[in-house]
Design a binder for this molecule. Sequence first.
Ligand SMILES: NC(=O)c1ccc[n+]([C@@H]2O[C@H](COP(=O)([O-])OP(=O)(O)OC[C@H]3O[C@@H](n4cnc5c(N)ncnc54)[C@H](O)[C@@H]3O)[C@@H](O)[C@H]2O)c1
Length: 256
Amino acid sequence: MAEGKAGGVALVTGAGDPGGMGAAVARRFAKDGMAVGILDLNGGGAEAVAAEIRAAGGRAIGLAADVSDRAQVRAAVARLRTELGPVHVLVNNAAIEGWCAFEALTDEQWDAQMAVNLKGAFIATQEALPDMQAAGWGRIINISALGGQTGGVMDMTHYNASKGGMIAMTRSLAVGLGRQGITVNSVSPGFIDTPMARRAIEEDLFPMPWTDILAMYPIPRLGKAEDIAAACAFFASEEAGYITAQLLGVNGGATF
Ligand SMILES: NC(=O)c1ccc[n+]([C@@H]2O[C@H](COP(=O)([O-])OP(=O)(O)OC[C@H]3O[C@@H](n4cnc5c(N)ncnc54)[C@H](O)[C@@H]3O)[C@@H](O)[C@H]2O)c1
């Protein structure tokens, strides 16, 4: 079984919703022996997920921060360092979804996607990186999206552009960090059963019935947050030390 750096410390952003991928990643990392910083805009949610992990015997703290705000992320990472230790593994998972016809997109909508999804990953990575460099060991995992690879469905140009940016950032960052013992990879989810996907289903935002989309997938069902956690656990593991600059689709074989 792949195990993360046993005894190491991980920071997972956007992990404050118990039904989201970030929380599933955090639970899995804790089970694999890591201490986990649960960072989220929703500080109460982050603390609740951390408390759940502690109740199950793991080590975790909740950190309230907006990933797009440098000072807040810096303070959160400093607290994590003080309370649990320096960061070895970072999962850039926090994101907001966006649906809007391209012609109607406002500057504000565009900027919000870039600020949270792409700049948030840039900020968190820059703030956690010195710890990994000092240790000569690190794992950075960026949660992108199938739509960032393929174009996805209509009306998500701004979201998909931010996710395509994360894929390029993954590869570009890996170039310089490989010789420092730090790998950078991306997990690209397809259609995963989380609060984000459920919001889109409930608001009927897809161009066709969502069940028809699923029916076209080689594995015709929604993915689970735990499927994403398993991929992150592998990239975080000792065994994945020669794997960097890669993109792993966890999408049931979907190609659109
Ligand atoms: N669910 C899917 O089908 C799907 C598909 C492709 C990619 N993804 C990606 O997977 C990741 C996880 O998605 P999810 O479905 O679990 O989403 P979610 O909406 O269920 O959870 C996202 C979490 O991020 C937090 N967050 C939002 N803005 C933040 C900010 N500025 N600072 C800190 N935290 C913030 C939210 O509070 C929430 O807890 C995201 O990067 C998303 O884009 C999801």
